[in-house]
Write a protein that binds this ligand. Structure first.
Ligand code: ZN
Length: 386
């Protein structure tokens, strides 16, 4: 018996060593900045005019905390950490405890659980009305900003309805009739006649509908069109000099959308925080968290001045099973450990600022966030199947 136990122990420890050998340890340089910031104050609960939903794809606590260490230092805060209300969101989908971004975004856009891969449809593949579509019907302006292709799962789930996220050509075609005023992101290949499998000239069709087609940063900065389709890369943004930052895209979107007296709904995605998690790459992660956080700064400054804007920032899921496990080099650097190259089931943080922000406190299901935003904007009771 003793021999058997010893054998068992060896087997278990061997397995554990094997496991960790496959997982990646990286270090992150800790900033000496220590830029201290105060939390924003709570805002009086008046009627909400605008909602800005910010989704850090794959952004869990470790992504935010390690980004903070790298950018603002141990005593500092990222802008997203200055939002005074915090909550926690459970992220499972209808068919899996580990969600993908399509089901994750549809929980926010339609207020219902659906299967992984579903874009704006319920588990029976019936289209569901999105916050953005209802906002359009009510006369609000709407916008989508992402650092992935604008037809990627997260933005797609707000303005299209397809049974599988890979159908990006169909998603691009769906956008044409969405009424969305501002599209800014990557993904020209899904619109361009020479790159689409059906040779459909969607760029031309958008132009015919009154959209200005914007393909580089300079054009974006001078554009003042009512409707804009800004596509700055073939697929996801590649961070070339011709591409705007998230902050520049958000600033233009706000300038455009804020001209509507009825208000607006804007969704901003930090898409590539997730991709850095899939890559188990802390340098990539730091760059993306920083880019997203600069956009958060822009949004919070707007909301603070406006006073009638609710900002909700959360994630669709965590990516990478990221942990911060050991300080090295006398605190100058931190060891980061990744447990997977896919998504995890760890609940994600939520931060809110603006009127009614406290509605988002506590442990909530992801569908609650969509349902509550629809209610606060006076869009009716979610979910609504078509
Ligand atoms: Zn992902």
């Amino acid at each position: 018996m003793k021999k058997f136990l010893a054998f068992l122990l060896i087997t278990i420890s061997f397995t554990a060593t094997q496991e960790s050998a496959d997982h990646k340890i990286e270090t992150i340089d800790v900033s000496e900045e220590n830029a201290t910031k105060d939390l924003l104050p709570l805002v009086e609960d008046k009627q909400i005019k605008n909602v800005i939903l910010m989704i850090g794809d794959g952004t869990g606590l470790a992504q935010i905390a390690s980004g903070q260490l790298a950018v603002a230092g141990p005593d500092g805060l990222l802008h997203m950490q200055t939002m005074p209300v915090t909550g926690i969101v459970k992220t499972h989908s209808s068919d899996n405890l580990i969600t993908d971004s399509a089901a994750g975004a549809t929980a926010y856009s339609c207020g219902l659980k659906t299967y992984n891969g579903a874009i704006g449809v319920d588990p029976n593949q019936i289209p569901c009305k999105t916050i953005l579509e209802l906002a359009e019907e009510k006369g609000l302006s709407t916008g989508l900003v992402s650092t992935s292709s604008i037809t990627h799962a997260t933005p797609a789930s707000f303005a299209s309805h397809v049974v599988q996220r890979s159908m990006q050509e169909d998603i691009a075609a769906d956008f044409l009739d969405s009424g969305v005023e501002v599209f800014l992101g990557g993904g020209v290949k899904w619109f361009h006649k020479d790159m689409r499998s059906d040779s459909l000239d969607l760029l031309h069709e958008f132009q015919n509908k009154g959209y200005e087609i914007i393909l580089d940063k300079d054009r974006l900065s001078t554009s003042s069109s009512n409707n804009m389709l800004g596509l700055f890369s073939e697929d996801g943004l590649e961070r070339t000099e011709n591409e705007p930052s998230s902050k520049e895209m958000v600033s233009k979107a706000l300038e455009n959308l804020n001209t509507n007296d009825n208000g607006f709904f804007l969704m901003v995605e930090g898409s590539q925080i997730d991709w850095a998690g899939h890559d188990n790459n802390v340098e990539y992660l730091k760059r993306e968290v920083q880019d997203f956080d600069e956009a958060v700064q822009e949004v919070l400054e707007f909301a603070r001045e406006d006073g009638e804007t609710l900002v909700v920032l959360t994630a669709d899921h965590e990516t990478g099973g990221m942990t911060m496990q050991r300080q090295v080099a006398e605190g100058d650097s931190l060891e980061v450990f990744w447990t997977t190259d896919y998504h995890t089931g760890i609940p994600v943080p939520l931060m809110a600022y603006g009127p009614k922000a406290t509605e988002f406190m506590g442990w909530r299901d992801n569908t609650y966030v969509g349902i509550k935003i629809a209610e606060l904007l006076g869009l009716g009771e979610f979910p609504i199947l078509e």
